[in-house]
Design a protein around this ligand. Structure first.
Ligand code: ADP
Ligand code: MG
Length: 234
C-alpha cells in the first residue's frame, strides 16, 4: 500500500478516488529515458518522491492536477518530468511549458532545477522576474527556450511589449498559488491566462487551499485530480 505508507490521498473533482492512476513507485515504472535516469542517479536520487510518484502517472494520462504537499517534497521535478515527456512527444518551437511562481527566489530555484536537467532532458529554460532590468533578461527570452519560468508581473510586462508569445504553451504550472495570490498577482495572472491556449494541461501547487485559490483552480483547471501528500494545513 504505497499510498497509505506515504500518506498520499488522491481524488477526482467529484470526490471519488476510484481508478485514480496508481503511483509509479520506482523509476523503472516511470519508464524514463536513459539520459534522465542517469542524471537522477548522478544526483543521488534513488526513487521518485511520493508527490512525484503520484502526479507523474496522472499527468501522463493527460489529467489536470492540484497538488498539495509541503516544501522540500520534490514538486519541481513533479511537474517538470511530465512536461519533458509532453515536449518530447510533440516537439514544436516557442514557449511550450509555462511555470508561474510568486517570487524571484522561487522562480530562480525552479529555473536552476530545470537547468540542472536541461542536457538530460533536451529542454532548456529561461527565467524572468522583477527587480532586474528587462534588457538583461531579453536575450535568454529571445533564445527560444521551451520552458519559461516567470513571476506574473514581469511576464505581463514582456507580454505588453510582445516580447514573449504564449501561443504554443500546452503545459502550464501555477507553483505556490497561495503565495501568488497573497502577493496580489491575481489580476496579472488573469491577464496572462487570456494569452494562453485553451487546449493545454494545467497544474496548480499550493501549500494551503483557501477560497481564492479554489476559485483560481475552478477558473483555469479542467476537472483536476487532487493529490495531497502528508497532513498539510489546508
Ligand atoms: P518543493 O518544490 O516541493 O519544495 P523541490 O522540488 O524544490 O521541492 O525539491 C527539493 C529538493 O529535493 C531539491 O534539492 C531536489 O533536487 C530534490 N529532489 C527532487 N526529487 C528528488 C528525488 N526523487 N529524490 C531525492 N531528492 C529529490
Ligand atoms: Mg517548490
Amino acid at each position: 500500500p504505497y499510498r497509505l505508507k506515504n500518506h498520499i490521498r488522491a481524488w477526482y473533482t467529484d470526490g471519488s478516488s476510484k481508478d485514480v492512476p496508481q503511483p509509479y513507485t520506482s523509476y523503472p515504472e516511470a519508464n524514463l529515458p536513459r539520459p534522465l535516469l542517469d542524471a537522477f542517479k548522478k544526483a543521488g536520487f534513488q526513487a521518485p518522491t511520493p508527490i512525484q510518484a503520484q502526479v507523474w502517472p496522472i499527468l501522463d494520462q493527460g489529467w489536470d492536477v492540484i497538488g498539495i504537499a509541503k516544501t522540500g517534497s520534490g514538486k519541481t521535478l513533479g511537474f517538470l518530468v511530465p512536461a519533458y515527456r509532453w515536449m518530447w512527444s510533440s516537439p514544436s518551437s516557442g514557449v511550450r511549458t509555462l511555470i508561474l511562481a510568486p517570487t524571484r527566489e522561487l522562480a530562480t530555484q525552479i529555473h536552476d532545477e530545470a537547468t540542472k536537467f536541461a542536457s538530460a532532458s533536451g529542454c532548456s529554460s529561461a527565467c524572468v522576474y522583477g527587480g532586474q532590468p528587462k534588457r538583461e533578461q531579453l536575450p535568454a527570452v529571445r533564445a527560444g527556450a521551451p520552458i519559461l519560468v516567470a513571476t506574473p508581473g514581469r511576464l505581463n510586462d514582456f507580454l505588453e511589449y510582445k516580447d514573449i508569445n504564449l501561443g504554443a504553451v500546452g503545459y502550464l504550472v501555477f507553483d505556490e498559488a497561495d503565495r501568488m495570490l497573497d502577493m496580489g498577482f491575481e489580476p496579472q495572472i488573469r491577464d496572462i491566462m487570456k494569452k494562453v491556449p485553451k487546449n493545454r494541461q494545467t497544474l496548480m501547487f499550493s501549500a494551503t487551499w483557501p477560497e481564492e485559490v479554489q476559485q483560481l483552480a475552478h477558473d483555469f483547471l479542467n476537472m483536476p485530480i487532487h493529490v495531497q501528500v502528508g497532513n498539510t494545513s489546508s
